[in-house]
Design a protein around this ligand. Structure first.
Ligand code: NDP
Length: 276
């Protein structure tokens, strides 16, 4: 039987991960299957166990199960511990052992640094949002050595709690919470939209003055075209990029964890951009 992997979430029909992993398999000349599995909201753990019993070798986990995935892990990567959330499982020979990792941060950083070609070191970075995605990427951004790392969120206290939880993993970087009302007083080289506002066609609370001319605006959302966030940033003179590269890069990291090979991501990103 060929190796089986899956992405588990709810809803899951929209997921592009099967296409990405099918492209990796073709590129690498590997034989494996990669399924979409919708877990009932009340039975994530049972769904994972059933997939594993049926021969699953590893899985990606997406909304809304990343916290449950972390809790299900018996062994965790340092980056999953920093995030307090997991999006990748590796199943070993011991049927009770689950290695839980988080590849969102490395996916974002590789996309920005290697694919887009923008350095993070010594730059002023703002992350909008304080949900699971921000938790997943903040330590990886800090590891790049930005001059400043700011988080702003609609609910101020959530951002404060997030920074308090993550501070041991931020490498002594100057990380701080900015009240959205105070954002007009700040300017950044890199603004990352990690809110889910774009999902609903909304603009997160960010003034056009936040974007440095020639800076980078990165929306983690993908497949929605020029979102209100990206349109605002572009009008302010920033380069506007969506999150499809992050999705492919985090998938490549999963492939590396499962199969010990890192696929070429650029042709897969180009393929998805043509399809979206
Ligand atoms: P969560 O539900 O955990 O967090 C949502 C965040 O968005 C919260 O901080 C919330 O603020 C904020 N928010 C929601 N609506 C608005 C709004 N209208 N205006 C301003 N802020 C808002 O979601 P995730 O963190 O898991 O995901 C965030 C986004 O990142 C999603 O769009 C997801 O698709 C994307 N993503 C992309 C990935 C990729 O590979 N490209 C990987 C992971 C995520 P509050 O605290 O006030 O409620």
């Amino acid at each position: 039987m060929i190796d089986q992997y899956a992405v588990i979430g709810n809803p899951i029909a929209h997921s592009r991960s099967p296409e990405i992993h099918a492209a990796f398999a073709r590129q690498l000349g590997h034989q494996f299957s990669y399924l979409r599995i919708e877990a009932p909201l009340c039975d994530f753990v049972g769904t994972v166990r059933a997939f594993r019993r049926d021969g699953g070798k590893g899985a990606n986990v997406t909304v809304p199960f990343k916290l449950e995935a972390f809790a299900m892990g018996t062994d965790h990567s340092q980056r999953a511990i920093a995030a307090g959330a997991a999006n990748t499982f590796c199943f070993g020979l011991d049927p009770d052992a689950v290695f839980a990792d988080n590849t969102d941060g490395v996916g974002l950083v590789r996309d920005i640094r290697q694919n887009i070609g923008v350095p993070i070191a010594q730059r002023r970075v703002l992350v909008l949002g304080a949900g699971g995605a921000t938790r997943g990427v903040l330590a990886a951004l800090a590891a790049e050595g930005p001059a400043e790392l700011a988080v702003a969120n609609r609910t101020f206290s959530t951002a404060q709690q997030l920074l308090a939880d993550l501070s041991p993993y931020l490498n002594d970087i100057r990380a701080h919470v900015v009240d959205v009302a105070a954002l007009p007083e700040h300017r950044f080289d890199l603004v990352i939209n990690a809110t889910s506002a774009s999902l609903f066609g909304d603009l997160p609370l960010v003034p056009p003055t936040c974007f440095d001319l020639g800076g980078l605006a990165y929306d983690m959302m993908y497949g929605k075209g020029l979102t209100p966030f990206l349109a605002l940033a572009q009008a302010a003179g920033a380069q506007a990029v969506d999150g499809i590269g992050m999705l492919v890069e985090q998938a490549a990291e999963s492939c590396w964890l499962w199969r010990g090979v890192r696929p070429e991501t650029k042709p897969v990103i180009a393929m998805l951009k043509r399809a979206l």
